[in-house]
Every structure is written in structure tokens, then in C-alpha cells.
Design a protein around this ligand. Structure first.
Ligand code: FAD
Length: 360
């Protein structure tokens, strides 16, 4: 019999933004939590995240979570302790016809009090000099969108959770059950006893779910960004954060002017779960090649840094929170595919509510 190293109401595997946002909501309900992660807090995708946040998410599945997420980020979390949002504005670019199809979504956001303007290509070019947008594109502009420093948000959540949360730096190896109910986790440091288990371990959730016969097919997908220095004369001082749905590109201002952080959606899957500083020369070229169409100032801009990391992608459907009927007590929250950070405050609240249900 393995030695028991911890006991709590809920065991959470994964110290990323999803696990932390959930753990904080659980301790707010006076539940005790053990959070298990072998790479510590924000050691996975979260620590590399660009932190871009906005209410409008063209992915309809997550539309309400993105809007709730932005509200919470602007309130600086449930207790007002998170870092302030860099309200540089958020511009989502999409084809004019696609924007027309989403008019119900934009109307609903407005009705819910979100400040949002629909801009034609002409209006975008006038408002943001330096941004080149063809006539068949349009934009959803949110003046209160922008970005937050991801790692600092993760640590603020850890502080908010208080003494009800214990972090165990260990690798979870299996979910433990008895009579079709979750009883805890096996880890390489010993066993953790808990009446409910949350798997928020990115692609690492799949083998843990499989240990109790739950199919959770996930794969890793590369997510990387470069830091580009277009020179002090580049017209980017008032650039909003940009998500270009038509090219898969995303950009925000870096901490210091005039550097820009920029990435382009990748189709490279099954990459190792590792995080490294910098980007490869081909990736740098790929990002620059896509971005130069919208931001000509990046055409010759050298990359002065970057990050190469990964996120978990669900093989069927998108990110989801699931309370499994068997074993009772098992909840999973995975598959965010490069976009989980903006959703996390809402996902955390939703996941904590599911866990409370399975505890009864
Ligand atoms: C470069 C980059 C830029 C991004 N930019 C944005 C952005 O601008 N906006 C946005 O909304 N999203 C963005 N994302 C996506 C977002 O960051 C992720 O979707 C989100 O952070 C995923 O959080 P998570 O908690 O699910 O996973 P993670 O942060 O990956 O956390 C999972 C944790 O589980 C741990 N783990 C795995 N297996 C085990 C095990 N067996 N035992 C113990 N621990 C285990 C890992 O060590 C890891 O710490 C970006 C991602 C990257 C990589």
C-alpha cells in the first residue's frame, strides 16, 4: 500500500490557469483542495500565454465564457487582486460576411453591456494607421479588451485561494476509485485521498482518465510566438491587440515599445510537452510572412525573442468541462487549443460548480 501524503475534499491535477481558477472557486466555498503538478505553478501552457482577452469569441461554443472571462479580468478577479488589464483595445478581424452571420452574438454582447463597435476596413485603416486591411474584412473592436500578464494572474489566483489550497509538487500517475467512486490519486510522491478529482492537466489528462476507463482523446499542438522589433518609428504605439480569424494571426504590444508579440495558428500536433525560450528560424519566417500582410512594419523586423510551447487540443469537439457519470467524482476540463486563457475565470467557476455537485 502506498503512503498517503495528502487528503482534501478535491484533488486537482494541473497548476495551469484552469486548475487554479477552479481551485480558487472551491476554496471560496470552504472546500479543501490539493493541487498536484510536477512542474509547479504555470509550468505548462499558462506560463507562456500571450494573455490576450476579449469578450467576442468567434468560436460560438465558448462565446459566453469569453464574455464572462473579460468581465472578471476587468474586475481584477473575484477579490480585486489580479493584475490590471492592459486595456489596449481588442480588434478581431474576420470576413464581412462572417461578421454579418454573427450579428446575433454581437447584439447579445452589447445587450449585456459590453462596449463593442463594428468597424469597416476603411474605419480600421483610419483608426489604426500602420494596419493594412483589405476591403472584404471587417472588425469587432472592444475598447476594454487587451491583455494581462499570464504568470502574474496565476500567482494571484494562488494567493486568493489561501490556506485551503495545498500545492503538491508531484506527478499524478493514476486516478484511484472504489465502488465506482473516486477516492483520490496515485502520485510519484504517494497517494492523495479526495472525494473528487479534477483533471486539468492539458494533454496529460488523457492517460489519467484512461486509468479509470474514461476516454479523453487529446493531443498537443504547438503554440509559439515571436517578439519582433519593427523600430522606434513604426506606427504601432496605439495598436490594439489583434486576432485575425482569416489568417490565424494574433498580435499584441509587448511590455516595452516598440516590440510586438506575434504568433500564427500552427497545425503542428503531437509536439513534446516542453516550453522553451525563443522560436525556430522557420517559425519566425512563417509568422513574419503572415503578419506582413496586415502589419507591413513587420516585413523586415528582426525577432528579438519568443516562446515555443504547446496546448492541448481535443480530437473531437473543442474545450469542454465534463462531470463523468462513472467513476462518480471525476471531472475533466481540457482541450482549449490555444485559447483557454481568456475563458479561464468563467471555466473555473463552472468547473467548481460541477465538482460541488459530484461531491454530494
Ligand atoms: C505561447 C502561447 C500563447 C497563448 N496565448 C493565449 C492568449 O493570448 N489568449 C488565450 O486565451 N489563450 C492563449 N494561449 C492558450 C492558453 O494559455 C491555454 O489554453 C491555457 O493556459 C491552458 O491552461 P490549462 O490550465 O488547461 O493547461 P496548462 O497551463 O498546460 O496546465 C496543465 C498543467 O498540468 C500539468 N500536468 C500534466 N500532466 C500532469 C501529471 N500527470 N501530473 C501532474 N501534473 C501534470 C502540467 O505540468 C501543466 O502545468 C496561449 C498558449 C500558448 C502556449
Amino acid at each position: 500500500m502506498t503512503q498517503s501524503v495528502a487528503r482534501a475534499d478535491v484533488a486537482v491535477v494541473g497548476g495551469g490557469i484552469i486548475g487554479l481558477a477552479t481551485a480558487e472557486r472551491l476554496t471560496a466555498q470552504r472546500l479543501s483542495v490539493v493541487l498536484v503538478d510536477d512542474s509547479g505553478i504555470a509550468g505548462g501552457a499558462t506560463g507562456s500565454s500571450g494573455g490576450l482577452i476579449r469578450a467576442f469569441d468567434p468560436d460560438q461554443d465558448h462565446a459566453s465564457w469569453a464574455a464572462q472571462g473579460l468581465e472578471l479580468y476587468l474586475r481584477r478577479g473575484w477579490r480585486g487582486t489580479w493584475p490590471q488589464v492592459h486595456e489596449h483595445g481588442s480588434l478581431t478581424l474576420l470576413r464581412t460576411a462572417d461578421l454579418t452571420r454573427r450579428s446575433a452574438q454581437t447584439s447579445a454582447l452589447r445587450a449585456a453591456g459590453h462596449d463593442l463597435a463594428l468597424l469597416s476596413a476603411d474605419e480600421i485603416r483610419t483608426r489604426f494607421p500602420g494596419l493594412d486591411v483589405p476591403d472584404d474584412l471587417a472588425g469587432v473592436y472592444e475598447p476594454r479588451g487587451g491583455w494581462v500578464p499570464a504568470r502574474q494572474v496565476a500567482h494571484a489566483l494562488l494567493c486568493d485561494a489561501g490556506p485551503g489550497l495545498r500545492v503538491l509538487r508531484a506527478r499524478a500517475t493514476a486516478v484511484r476509485t472504489a465502488d465506482s467512486r473516486v477516492t483520490g490519486l496515485a502520485t510519484d510522491a504517494g497517494s492523495v485521498q479526495a472525494r473528487a478529482v479534477l483533471l486539468a492537466a492539458g494533454a496529460g489528462s488523457s492517460p489519467l482518465a484512461a486509468s479509470v476507463g474514461v476516454p479523453l482523446p487529446l493531443r498537443t499542438r504547438s503554440v509559439a510566438y515571436g517578439l519582433f522589433d519593427p523600430g522606434i518609428s513604426a506606427p504601432n504605439a496605439a495598436l490594439p491587440t489583434i486576432v485575425d480569424v482569416t489568417t490565424g494571426a494574433w498580435v499584441r504590444r509587448w511590455d516595452t515599445h516598440p516590440t510586438l508579440l506575434a504568433g500564427v495558428r500552427s497545425s503542428a500536433t503531437d509536439v513534446p510537452e516542453t516550453v522553451r525560450t525563443g522560436i525556430s528560424a522557420p517559425e519566425e519566417e512563417r509568422i513574419r510572412g503572415v503578419l506582413r500582410r496586415r502589419l507591413p512594419c513587420l516585413a523586415d523586423a528582426p525577432a528579438v525573442g519568443g516562446r515555443t510551447a504547446y496546448d492541448a487540443q481535443a480530437l473531437a469537439g473543442g474545450g469542454a468541462v465534463t462531470a463523468w457519470p462513472e467513476p462518480r467524482g471525476l471531472v475533466t476540463a481540457t482541450g482549449w487549443n490555444g485559447g483557454g486563457f481568456k475563458l479561464a475565470p468563467a471555466v473555473g467557476a463552472h468547473t467548481a460548480a460541477r465538482l460541488q455537485e459530484v461531491l454530494t
